[in-house]
Design a protein around this ligand. Structure first.
Ligand SMILES: Cc1cc2nc3c(=O)[nH]c(=O)nc-3n(C[C@H](O)[C@H](O)[C@H](O)COP(=O)(O)OP(=O)(O)OC[C@H]3O[C@@H](n4cnc5c(N)ncnc54)[C@H](O)[C@@H]3O)c2cc1C
Length: 323
């Protein structure tokens, strides 16, 4: 018989290894189980939080007083250049499937942790690639009406780390996504993926529990107006000197400045609070260096926002989700 588990510690479901318990917890292995859990939550008047791989969430110390619904929809299908992946498929497994079928387009995601559902919802991206480049359609369920819809990518509202699913703030759950990829060379695809994984291992502080970059990179237009001479010069030179600091201008996916560099320039690299610390290796990562609590991380997030605003006059925006 299907049943919610009670009082389940969430720290073991978060890459941060931080956070209190979920009052109720259910792992759904099919769309029918997702529907059952949503109906049951509605009947009991519970708030619902959808959990993927837990690689981008900060769970409060008090935990979550509702239902945490973990999506374990792990089926993959498709032929030719198409792969349909359930929301609970790990991105690494999707890449293995694509490589095995000599399908190219997702190599940028080598080493990207988390699930297909989480990556679609946040339009995850790096190395010049984003989910939206390969997603052809997304199947999702509206948690209020229980209606299942399939949207073509053009109607998914994909933007910089954004989508219609993110905007709907938990009321629409990604069930699966269809990817259309290009025929490629298996050896070349595998090589690029390996390079991406190696790059991450070198640059990211993977020795400590973390949830990736805490903040989105800062759009260049937050400093110089789009269309201004200063904006155009910075884009052309791919660099910007500003308030005594120098930045490279990345175009990923549009002209941005590294939030990590701003945090470092604000003097916060290596600064810690409780068990949490701005990683000296990559200051946009706040790592769980030693038994950190959510409140330690939250206060460093507030500190980075205040100091970066003071130093550069820009507002940092969180990429991670608070649960
Ligand atoms: C070391 C490291 C490196 C990273 N590098 C990158 C990077 O290069 N680029 C990048 O974009 N991100 C990066 N991330 C962040 C993270 O990997 C991505 O955001 C990932 O896509 C999150 O997926 P997840 O399944 O872990 O989501 P979770 O952390 O479980 O959830 C994140 C949010 O998505 C929601 N969600 C999860 N599944 C669904 C679903 N099926 N339907 C609707 N909502 C859902 C959750 O409710 C939550 O709000 C990195 C993280 C780490 C730890």
């Amino acid at each position: 018989m299907k049943k919610f588990k009670e009082n389940v510690p969430l720290a073991k479901f978060s890459h941060y290894a931080i956070g209190g318990p979920a009052r109720y917890f259910f792992a759904a292995r099919s769309e029918a189980e997702v529907k059952w859990a949503l109906r049951e939550a509605k009947r009991r008047k519970l708030g619902v939080f959808v959990l993927g791989g837990g690689t981008n969430i900060l769970v409060r110390d008090a935990g979550f007083d509702g239902l945490v619904l973990r999506l374990e929809l792990k089926r993959m299908s498709g032929s030719g250049s198409r792969i349909v992946a359930g929301a609970g498929v790990m991105m690494a497994d999707l890449l293995t499937r694509a490589t095995g079928r000599s399908l190219s387009g997702l190599e940028w995601a080598g080493g990207l942790p988390g699930t297909v559902g989480g990556a679609v919802r946040g339009n995850a991206g790096c190395f010049g690639g984003e989910m939206k480049d390969s997603v052809r359609a997304v199947r999702s369920i509206d948690t209020r009406t229980m209606k299942i819809v399939t949207r073509p990518a053009a109607r998914c509202g994909f933007g910089y780390r954004d989508s219609i699913f993110k905007k709907k703030n938990g009321t629409e759950i990604v069930l699966s996504a269809a990817f259309v990829l290009a025929k490629g060379n298996k050896t070349d695809i595998a090589k690029v993926i390996r390079e991406r994984i190696r790059y991450r291992a070198e640059r990211h502080p993977l020795e400590h529990p973390n949830i990736g970059s805490i903040f989105k990179n800062v759009p260049l237009h937050a400093i110089h107006k789009k269309g201004s001479g200063a904006y155009a010069r910075a884009v052309a030179k791919r660099s910007l000197a500003y308030r005594g600091a120098s930045f490279s201008v990345k175009t990923d996916p549009f002209p941005v400045l590294s939030a990590g560099r701003m945090i470092a320039e604000a003097g916060l690299s290596g600064v810690s609070n409780g068990g949490a610390m701005f990683s000296p290796k990559h200051p946009n990562f706040i790592v769980n260096a030693l038994g950190a609590e959510a409140k330690d991380v939250a206060s460093l997030i507030a500190l980075a926002k205040a100091e970066v605003r003071r130093r550069f006059g820009v507002a940092l925006e969180e990429e991670v989700q608070l649960l």
